[in-house]
Design a protein around this ligand. Structure first.
Ligand code: ZN
Length: 508
């Protein structure tokens, strides 16, 4: 109904006023964009009053305000009297985000950081297991900034602050705690689970992935409102310029987007039909990107489309041709244009449509080997055991050799076999006589750490749940003996492992 009313209002005003009039309406927020010239403010007020009487809805002037641009103080004062509401300046809040003509200031970002800190203060983090803290850090602390990140490029200091909050929460259970050990580097924690991480979001890459949406929307639907506005504001005024040729100057938002252009260009390829929607120099139309994009000022006809370029290839390409240009020339000469519009396709999804997740996956996994870590997370054991196994695989559980690296004092001894050595994960889980007895009783032969972890990661290994539980059981026993002087016999531990593995299998 509101939308219909808004349309009616818009129609009415458009007929009454000589200048264009715009309404932006979402949820319970309504923005009017109008000139302050002539009868415009009076007409707006009149229409609003009529709308109020007809619909029965009251306009709350105390909650309304107007933002003057380039108006004299006297006119602002007159408008305040006429409209009955106060004037304000940018930034204002709209849909939870600052509506602003300049880069958000430190105070704005600090509000975001404070929001995360406040959320933490309500949680009894010390009482949560590490696995619980990873889930909360991932599901809540990592998602709060997402709305912001979909519009603004977060400054590096903000990302560092948010990461510090998430990091301390996971490893130490509090914000700004006195002590606590970070067992895994933050880069690794932020890897997806199938790459050996805890699956937390890498904020920098996620921010970038989300902002690419703005590029995609202009490219995918250039006649949309967003596409039209960006062309008017940032494009070339002489012709409707495609976004890849945006001029250098502009707002902070445009500058941030412009820096993402290389990522966008490798993410999109063009399926050519009539050649009218493809830029010869900029679009990835022949499974390659011309090196010239935007920066080479010697290129002629920068904004030429593929259709326009084909008949004049000889003039366009310089002589002698370099490798890329000769390749382009040969592809272009064989190219047959056809009916229909050119289509831009997102390279990271089979359906050719943009998604932030697809580009994020591509960026985060670039250059990383896919190990079978993802299978660890599929094991039917509690989340605490998943976390333990990932840390064990990375060599980051706090055995004595790790304490040594961190200059934490300890008395060198294996509490399982009483040998006076500096305990390591290889000793504790494989070479220790106690561990060897455990593996012998469980009928696991030739147990090395690699073979044990390989078994745990092998989906077809029926005994992998028992092996995972045994590793976890050995670790718990070692901690019981170290910190609480609690000793269980080999028989008791074997019985515990078998029972727990069966319970995990049933209930996890
Ligand atoms: Zn030992």
């Amino acid at each position: 109904m509101l939308q219909a009313a808004a349309m009616t209002l818009n129609d009415h005003l458009s007929h009454t006023l000589s200048d264009p009039f715009y309404i932006l309406q979402y949820a319970d927020d309504t923005l009017f964009f109008s000139t302050a010239k002539g009868q415009a403010p009076r007409t707006l007020l009149l229409v609003l009053q009529n709308f109020s009487e007809v619909s029965g809805m009251k306009i709350n002037l105390a909650k309304s305000s107007f933002v003057p641009f380039n108006l004299s103080t006297q006119l602002v004062s007159t408008l305040q009297g006429l409209l009955g509401c106060s004037s304000t300046t940018l930034p204002i809040q709209y849909l939870g985000l600052p509506l602003t003509d300049r880069r958000p200031d430190k105070a704005t970002y600090q509000l975001l950081i404070d929001k995360l800190t406040n959320r933490l203060s309500g949680w009894k983090a010390k009482l949560l297991s590490r696995a619980g803290r990873v889930v909360l850090a991932s599901s809540v602390l990592s998602t709060i900034p997402i709305f912001f990140m979909s519009v603004f490029k977060l400054p590096a200091w903000v990302i560092r602050s948010i990461d510090r909050i998430r990091r301390d929460f996971i490893w130490k259970g509090a914000v700004h705690p006195a002590k606590g050990v970070h067992l895994l580097s933050w880069d690794r924690v932020c890897l997806p689970k199938n790459l050996g991480g805890f699956g937390l979001i890498n904020l920098t890459l996620h921010n970038l992935s989300l902002l690419l949406r703005w590029w995609w929307r202009i490219h995918d639907n250039p006649t949309s409102q967003w596409g039209t506005i960006t062309r008017i504001l940032y494009g070339n005024s002489e012709r409707s310029t495609p976004p890849l040729t945006w001029k250098q100057s502009g707002s902070f938002f445009r500058k941030d987007l412009r820096r993402l252009r290389p990522f966008f260009q490798i993410s999109v390829s063009t399926r050519v039909c009539n050649g009218e929607g493809t830029l010869f120099w900029y679009d990835n139309w022949a499974n390659m990107i011309l090196q010239h994009f935007g920066n080479d000022h010697s290129v002629q006809h920068k904004h030429i489309t593929l259709k326009e370029a084909l008949p004049i290839l000889g003039q366009l390409l310089p002589s002698p041709l370099n490798y890329n240009e000769s390749l382009i020339a040969s592809v272009a000469q064989q190219l047959q244009l056809s009916q229909g519009n050119d289509k831009h396709l997102w390279n990271w999804r089979t359906d050719g449509k943009y998604s932030a997740a697809s580009v994020y996956r591509k960026l985060i996994s670039a250059g990383k080997h896919v190990f079978a870590f993802k299978n660890v997370w599929k094991l039917r054991v509690p989340p605490s055991v998943h976390i333990f196994l990932v840390l064990l695989a990375h060599g980051r559980i706090l055995t004595q050799d790790q304490l040594l690296k961190r200059n934490i004092p300890f008395h060198p001894k294996c509490v399982m076999c009483d040998l006076q050595i500096t305990e390591s994960r290889v000793h504790l889980f494989c070479e220790c006589t106690f561990a060897m007895n455990v593996w012998a009783r469980l009928q696991v032969s030739h147990a090395t750490l690699d073979s044990l972890l390989f078994s745990v990661c092998s989906p077809n290994n029926a005994g992998r749940g028992v092996i995972a539980t045994a590793l976890w059981g050995l670790w718990l026993e070692r901690n019981g003996r170290t910190f609480r002087s609690e000793h269980r016999s080999l028989d008791a531990i074997i019985q515990w492992i078998v029972q727990q593995a069966s319970l995990f299998e049933k209930f996890c």
